[in-house]
Design a protein. Sequence first.
Length: 235
Amino acid sequence: MASKMTEQLETHPLRKELIHHPFFKEVRNSDLTRDKVGVFLGQWWHPLHYFPQFLSRTIDQVPMLEMKTAISKILYQELGEGDPARAHERIYVTTMREAGFDEPTVAAAAPFEETARLVQRYREASGERLSALGFVYGTEVADLAMVAGIGNAVRRVSGLQDLPWVDIHILQEPDHVAQVNEAIEPDFSPEEVDAIVTHAEEMWSLWINFFNRLRKVMFDTEELPATQAAELVTA
């Protein structure tokens, strides 16, 4: 049952729609400015910053020790493997600073409605086992494609090729996916499988909405928002 569910998730049309979102083509081929890329970076910060809390809450929900261990390893990597300076959010800020983006742009922008909803659902999903697992899986099997989009945008406007935050994802993401696969219980009932898939579908839909809004702001007619302090409740 577990292997069948993994295949179902990996081949799901919504996952494919997300990782092939037209936003990523725009990032590769359209005119980019530093201000536009700064909008992208500021919105990405919010789910990036909340993800370790989501994982820690998920660990509390899953009953099997093997599942706790697998998700704990992802959390350990997200938080720097014992070195706070290597935590993903800190590497994100330092990488973007080296690329010419100041910290307020990267880590203090107000979230769009779609961004706030995305983080809210991370928080709510982590309160129950099956929704948490659906959101974990939905994130990990699409994360590398999304990170690559950030890397493309930053390289184009900065001229830098070495982006440590992107590099650490290339290094760790295959292990994250393997850990998520290990966290899938072998004896899920058909009803539980349906629930996990449904929550993964919601996760992908939320990310699609996130990139729909970014595409509109960055490449369509919507004016770039003024810089302002972030207001996002994630408790």
